[in-house]
Ligand binder design. Structure first.
Ligand SMILES: C[S@@+](CC[C@H](N)C(=O)[O-])C[C@H]1O[C@@H](n2cnc3c(N)ncnc32)[C@H](O)[C@@H]1O
Length: 427
């Protein structure tokens, strides 16, 4: 048996020895040939609602269960930290602890990732224009390490070794939490933490953030979700949500994610992906829509007004259906206003009803065209490269799929805008 399969078996035995139940209708499978690591496969037909496995909470790795919390002073430190910081500290500690309770689990987790966080500049450059580069957050992560994690590590040499518990390990743990963790809805966050100052939208979910061995062995494939994790009082239970045939892969869902987010968080993309979107920055909408002679003062006043009225955003999202968000239309209308019209709107504090008049439509089309110009290649270039996908590296292939997906939405929206019967906008 290969070392890879040995580690998987050891992990399953460890789970069972710690009161997890695992159906004999499934097995961990090596999907490395599909660049998907381990996954879970049905080895017998499975019926909808069937229990696939049940993981007792003592097996979850979190700030509630990690041995780190039992070290002098550590519980208070963990309780005082927000967001991912407590779990990052626990994971850093457990990963480097030879006698960790979770060793059979930690042994099967990766320490190399395909996410753009670890890409070289030249590879990230392939994503220019897409929603990915601005959200990689390498600097934010390193600031968290320097400002919060490293001081705790340095001031506790009895527990941590700053040469071992270093930035590299921090990045590994951050990536694991990004791609593997769950929110355990029924275990509340420790009480000393407010909900304020959360770092990321991931943290808005209820409950404590935890690593859930086995639940995180399921891969994701857009449109193929056939299992779901249920948070029961006694355990976390993965159940089939559809009939699953023998030899089919069992897929959890990581959410309704566009390819940009799948790549950024998980390092892979799906084709086709019905959840693809394209983002248009509020800045672009403002720059294109304001009259050429507008003063900076008036532009700022319009921006402030639209922000206060909750209409302007950092980004507007166009989904695959090509609907132009009504908020974007309203912003265009306000930016296009003359000084006099804007004074009246400001006085009445009234944002106009979104209406795609021909002049507004012209601006929207210009916004879409300018947005397309933000990419370094055309959609035709991308389609040509995708037709010779065998010649492409995985990074390049994923990047082209992300940018082509966005451009297709832009192009289709533009085509529809030019068409004789534009769909009625949703209100
Ligand atoms: C929650 S883990 C799933 C288990 C993982 N395959 C493993 O071997 O540890 C999430 C990671 O699995 C991989 N993955 C999941 N679904 C995938 C897919 N459809 N294609 C490629 N990789 C996938 C990605 O590396 C992702 O970051």
């Amino acid at each position: 048996m290969s070392e890879f399969d040995n580690a998987s078996n050891h992990f399953i035995q460890w789970l069972k020895a710690n009161d997890a139940t695992i159906s004999d209708s499934l097995a961990i499978k090596d999907y490395r040939s599909e660049k998907a690591g381990r996954g879970v496969v049905a080895i017998k037909d499975i019926k909808k609602d069937e229990l696939l496995f049940s993981i007792p909470r003592k097996v979850l790795l979190s700030e509630e269960t990690s041995q780190l919390a039992t070290k002098p002073g550590m519980k208070d430190i963990l309780n005082s930290q927000q967001g991912w910081a407590p779990l990052i500290l626990c994971l850093m500690y457990e990963l480097k602890s030879e006698n960790s309770f979770w060793k059979p689990y930690l042994d099967i987790l990766p320490n190399i990732f395909d996410t753009p966080m670890f890409w070289e500049e030249k590879d990230i450059d392939e994503l220019a224009g897409t929603g990915v580069p601005d959200k990689i957050g390498r600097d934010d992560a390193e600031n968290l390490f320097k400002s919060t994690i490293q001081p705790i590590i340095k001031s506790h040499p009895d527990v941590f070794d700053e040469n071992v518990h270093n930035l590299n390990l921090f990045h590994i743990c951050g990536s694991l939490i990004m791609a593997y963790s769950f929110h355990d809805e029924l275990t509340p966050k420790p009480s000393s933490k407010g909900d304020e100052e959360e770092e990321d939208d991931e943290e808005e979910e209820e409950g404590i953030i935890a690593m859930v061995p086995m639940a995180d062995m399921l891969n994701h494939r857009t449109g193929f979700n056939n299992a779901r994790l249920f948070h029961e009082p006694e355990a976390l239970q993965m159940r089939a949500i559809k009939d699953i045939q023998v030899s089919e892969q069992i897929y959890n869902t990581y959410g309704d994610l566009c390819n940009a987010d799948l790549l950024r968080k998980y390092g892979f993309v799906d084709e086709p992906n019905d959840f693809d979107i394209v983002e248009i920055s509020g800045d672009l909408v403002c720059d294109v829509s304001c009259p050429a002679d507008v003063t900076d003062e008036e532009k700022d006043a319009k921006v402030t007004f639209l922000l206060e009225e909750d209409v302007l955003d950092d980004y507007f999202v166009i989904e695959k259906n090509g609907d132009i968000p009504p908020e974007l239309i309203a912003c265009v209308q306000v930016f296009m206003m003359s000084s006099q019209e804007f004074s009246i709107a400001l006085e009445k504090r009234k944002v106009p009803k979104p209406k795609l008049t021909p002049s507004v439509m012209d601006k929207v089309k210009l916004i879409l065209s300018k947005r397309l110009e933000q990419y370094k290649t055309t959609l035709e270039d991308d389609e040509r490269m995708l037709s010779n996908a065998d010649d492409l590296s995985t990074k390049k292939y994923s990047s082209i799929l992300v940018r082509a997906g966005e451009k297709r939405i832009l192009q289709q929206t533009l085509n529809e805008a030019d068409g004789p019967k534009r769909k009625k906008q949703r209100k």
